[in-house]
Design a binder for this molecule. Structure first.
Ligand code: SF4
Ligand code: SF4
Length: 138
């Protein structure tokens, strides 16, 4: 019996690949099943797709190889993002970069909060946070 593989992944698409039918190829050429959990495409930026991918192990590996060859970055969704409210300046710099609006500023208190349920661990906020209040815990 062939082993099935199921994984939740975050795919980061470079700008020039956003219009390409990449998901279609995973289904048609590699017989993978896809459940799109979240998608975010920002103009003039990379596209982010969070999906559950399943299929025969061999096809699964070939499918990921196909994505990597195209230049798509793949990371498991299991990575955990931690927001340290005490270190945070509440400057709001991270808010516009978050593709899924997991970071918000309260209109009255001007305090920034983090919604773990929405976060797709894309790490974009980590790179720009001045005091490193957002961290990746693996
Ligand atoms: S890692 Fe940061 S930017 Fe990315 S989804 Fe989570 S909170 Fe938003
Ligand atoms: S960029 Fe960093 S310091 Fe500024 S609001 Fe976001 S988490 Fe806080």
């Amino acid at each position: 019996m062939t082993k099935e593989t199921i994984r939740k992944l975050v795919l980061k698409f470079p700008k020039h690949l956003i219009d390409r039918p990449v998901v279609y190829h995973l289904v048609k050429d590699y017989e993978l099943m896809i459940n799109i959990l979240k998608a975010s495409i920002q103009p003039d930026a990379e596209g982010i797709l969070v999906l559950e991918l399943s299929g025969k192990k061999e096809n699964f590996d070939k499918g990921l190889q196909f994505l990597r060859k195209l230049g798509i970055e793949i990371q498991p969704l299991s990575k955990d993002i931690k927001f340290d409210e005490k270190t945070c300046y509440h400057c709001g710099v991270c808010i516009p970069v978050c593709p899924v609006r997991a970071l918000k500023m309260d209109k009255e208190t001007h305090l920034v909060s983090f919604d773990k349920e929405k976060c797709i661990a894309c790490e974009l906020c980590i790179k720009i946070c001045p005091p490193k209040a957002i961290k990746l815990v693996i």
